[in-house]
Design a protein around this ligand. Structure first.
Ligand SMILES: [Fe+2]
Length: 335
């Protein structure tokens, strides 16, 4: 499909991705992984829930876990975005209602009133403008630990309907910063969409879905990403590394991926770049160009491409475009 002209005057103002809500079969294990291992701050914990945030965040939470039974498959319950004001929430409610979408206001702990809706490809979303605030740990350097995670930055979702996601989010003012397309065509395989200053709040890539492929926290420097790996190793969690360090061509991120005790995939990375100016054109990557995934570094293992977190009670459809990614297993078979 052709590029969509950015909508600089959307009906309401989404400012950024805000938080993600996941399930956990063992909150103690989740807390150990994210607090002791990666260095996030626990802002609330009881027998049924765990709320965490990163160093620069003044809002109450960016990562939430709700306990589920040990026989359940862990899932993503919701993806949270912030809108500028409470008036934007009401405008959003009216906007979606007029379109015939199912939309409602829900109560969420530590958040202002929260609007619940499902996006155009089946992802459960929630919007709020306010969240409880408190002093962050940015200059409490003696508390910085693990990966010294600074802020929640983006998520990536696998979907068989990348084109549909592009249209749905473009209408709400999301801008395309980078994209992958089949060589010689406009067939979109992956789209990097942004509201805040940098290249992405949400990424959609071709695959069985909708499923949450990963969520990502930014940290200030490469040494922090590597230190996270050292800390995880010293805790006996080295096996949780899902993809070895490397640098993505797309977005320029230096990354490591881990899988938490429930199998949720987290990326720790530095750094993206500003994408703000009105005439900054999206960057295209041909599907055949492996530098888009690793400018340098080993290819991702097969499980990185095909394993993901389902959304709770959401049907997973097969991909519509068949991919043959270059995997770590392919690479090792050749050397
Ligand atoms: Fe990412």
């Amino acid at each position: 499909m052709a590029l969509i002209k950015p909508n600089f005057t959307p009906a309401f103002n989404i400012t950024r991705i805000s938080h993600i809500v996941l399930t956990s079969v063992d909150l103690d294990a989740s807390q150990h992984f994210y607090e002791t291992g990666l260095g996030l701050e626990v802002t609330f914990r009881d027998s049924d829930s765990l709320y965490l945030r990163a160093i620069e965040e003044t809002s109450h939470h960016s990562l939430v876990f709700h306990r589920t039974s040990s026989t359940s498959t862990s899932a993503c319950q919701s993806v949270g975005y912030r809108v500028q004001t409470d008036e934007d929430l009401q405008t959003a409610y009216d906007y979606f209602s007029e379109r015939g979408d199912t939309v409602s206001f829900e109560d969420r702990p530590f958040q202002g009133r929260t609007l619940k809706i499902t996006d155009g490809v089946g992802v459960p979303l929630e919007f709020c403008s306010e969240m409880e605030q408190s002093t962050c740990r940015m200059q409490n350097f003696h508390h910085h630990a693990g990966g010294k995670l600074a802020f929640f930055d983006h998520i990536q979702i696998a979907t068989p309907n990348v084109a549909g996601a592009y249209e749905w989010y473009s209408d709400l003012g999301f801008r395309l910063s980078e994209y992958t397309a089949a060589d010689g065509t406009d067939e979109m395989w992956g789209i990097w969409l942004k509201r805040k200053n940098n290249t992405q709040d949400v990424v959609f890539s071709n695959g069985a879905g909708p499923q949450l492929h990963h969520f990502a926290f930014h940290t200030a420097e490469i040494a922090n990403v590597i230190h996270a790996a050292d800390v995880m190793a010293s805790l006996g969690l080295a096996g949780s590394m899902d993809r070895a360090p490397g640098r993505h061509g797309i977005g320029n991120a230096f990354f490591i991926y881990f899988r938490d005790p429930d199998g949720h995939r987290i990326e720790i990375f530095t750094s993206h770049y500003n994408y703000i100016d009105v005439n900054h054109a999206p960057k295209r990557w041909d599907l055949s160009d492996t530098r888009r995934s690793q400018l340098w570094g080993f290819p991702a293992p097969k499980k990185w491409f095909y394993e993901a977190t389902p959304f709770e009670a959401v049907t997973i459809d097969p991909p519509t475009m068949e991919a043959s990614p270059v995997t770590l297993e392919d690479y090792l078979a050749e050397v």
